[in-house]
Design a protein. Structure first.
Length: 265
């Protein structure tokens, strides 16, 4: 039953990739639709978007019974931020800027109940949308996915300790922030950045953690899979809408307003 209710961990453990659509707008209908289109999880973005806790709860309600799990990226790596999203029923928490082993340990503690972790007991709403019957606390401890985002140069220096942290499931490389941290302003082809990514990858695999990173196209996903990556953040609902519109209209000779000419973005 866990393989059906919690496909992310089941697929990762079987060596299969998982793909998540990124949710950045408070459209519950868009999230529900994406949860039925083949994505394995929804990456609800609460660090860089206006999505609120109330919207997150509505998304978990709307996604109940649909194939995709609901994950949330919290704005800060802390116990209370994780507690708030977990109690809305998410089955995965993504922790930004996990730059030290202490922060990795904090993330792992936040997603597990005592005595292993420090999660507080108050998951009434979560129990009403949780996909597995029986003891919620045991099921949550067994199935919630803990994702630590490595996205600063300082984290690369301690990546072996970060990756060794018990209770962390996925080491996710925030390639854009890592590029900025290294002084490259987002450029993705810098040798020093590629070397840092390789170092993170090697540490994660050495400590048997699953590897993640953004993948905007099927070609990138396939290339990254050859490098050992299995956990992918896909484009946002807004980007997917734009791609769909372009695929329909451009063959008909209709062009949208170029991005560099838009005064409304």
């Amino acid at each position: 039953m866990s393989e059906i209710n919690f496909p992310v961990l089941a697929r990762l453990r079987a060596g299969q990739p998982v793909f998540g659509a990124t949710i950045t707008t408070p459209s519950v209908e868009a999230a529900a639709q994406l949860a039925s289109l083949g994505f394995h999880y929804l990456w609800v973005e609460m660090e860089h978007s206006p999505v609120t806790l109330e919207t997150l709860r509505l998304i978990t309600l709307a996604a109940k019974g649909r194939p995709a799990q609901v994950f949330a990226r919290v704005p800060v790596n802390d116990l209370w931020t994780a507690k708030r999203v977990l109690d809305q029923g998410v089955s995965g928490v993504i922790f930004p800027f996990t730059t030290t082993p202490e922060l990795a340990a904090r993330a792992a503690a936040a997603t597990h109940y005592p005595p292993v972790g420090k999660r507080g007991c108050g998951a009434g709403a979560a129990t009403r949308t949780w996909p597995e019957a029986g003891n919620y606390y045991d099921s949550a401890d067994a199935n919630i996915v803990t994702v630590c985002v490595v996205e600063e140069a300082a984290a690369v220096e301690r990546i072996d300790e970060i990756a060794a942290t018990p209770g962390v499931d996925v080491i996710f490389i925030g390639a854009w922030d890592l590029s900025f941290s290294l002084g490259f302003r987002g450029r993705q082809d810098e040798p020093e950045l590629l070397k840092a990514i390789e170092k993170i990858r090697d540490a994660a695999l050495r400590h048997k953690k699953f590897l993640g990173r953004p993948a905007a196209t099927p070609e990138l996903a396939r290339a990254y899979m050859k490098q050992g990556f299995l956990f992918f953040q896909c484009p946002t609902e807004v980007d997917l809408m734009a791609r769909g519109a372009q695929a329909l209209l451009e063959p008909l000779g209709i062009q949208g307003v170029p991005r560099d000419e838009r005064s409304f973005d």
